[in-house]
Design a protein around this ligand. Structure first.
Ligand code: SF4
Ligand code: SF4
Length: 182
């Protein structure tokens, strides 16, 4: 059956009228910053105090875009007669974001919680070579990492907190006992 003349126009107008009454979804970026979810994969922040230069992240990165340099340093013994120890000192930590595919493997495998996702995304460059970011920049991004969500009130207490609480209670009980005796 041939379509009724003008039915296409009527359908189009009906769609226009329907969408006109709906709330707009257009983001007014950059005038208004988007409200991103807390786990957004924007960029990777480095908390270098936690990094032990174990190299796991660099080895597991599928794109080989994490560059780490370090040297060994000798630490004197903690007590007289003890043995000297050696530790790794970080010299360079850089990520090439022109290669990174934001898989998050480096963050997952880091055993020392030194890498975090930040929702920061405004780091576009006109030259691809400027997308390799060094430790100072990665550290700056660390301060844009959102705080972790609060624990579920019904959740089991984390074992680290439970252990710390038990130790604090034990020390407080010992101190009380000593005060009572004196
Ligand atoms: S997110 Fe993936 S690709 Fe990017 S640096 Fe980490 S491991 Fe490599
Ligand atoms: S896995 Fe973590 S601790 Fe190891 S080198 Fe990478 S950032 Fe540092």
């Amino acid at each position: 059956m041939a379509p009724i003349p003008g039915s296409g126009l009527a359908k189009g107008l009906a769609v226009t009228l329907r969408t006109m009454t709906k709330k707009t979804v257009t983001e007014q970026y950059p005038d208004v910053q988007p409200d991103l979810p807390p786990r957004t994969r924007g960029v990777i922040g480095l908390f270098e105090e936690n990094c032990t230069v174990c190299m796991l992240c660099a080895r597991e990165c599928p794109d080989w875009c994490i560059y780490i340099d370090s040297h060994k340093e000798t630490v004197p013994p903690a007590a007289p007669g003890g043995r000297e120890r050696s530790r790794n000192v970080l010299d360079r930590f850089a990520i090439d974001f022109s290669l990174c595919m934001y898989c998050g493997i480096c963050i997952e495998v880091c055993p020392f919680d030194a890498l975090f996702w930040s929702p920061e995304f405004e780091y576009a460059e006109t030259d691809i070579r400027d997308l390799t970011h060094e430790r100072d920049k990665l550290r700056e991004w660390m301060w844009t990492v959102p705080a972790p969500p609060a624990l579920d009130p019904a959740a089991e207490e984390p074992k680290e907190i439970a252990a710390a609480r038990k130790t604090a209670e034990k020390l407080a009980a010992q101190a009380e006992q000593q005060e009572g005796e004196s």
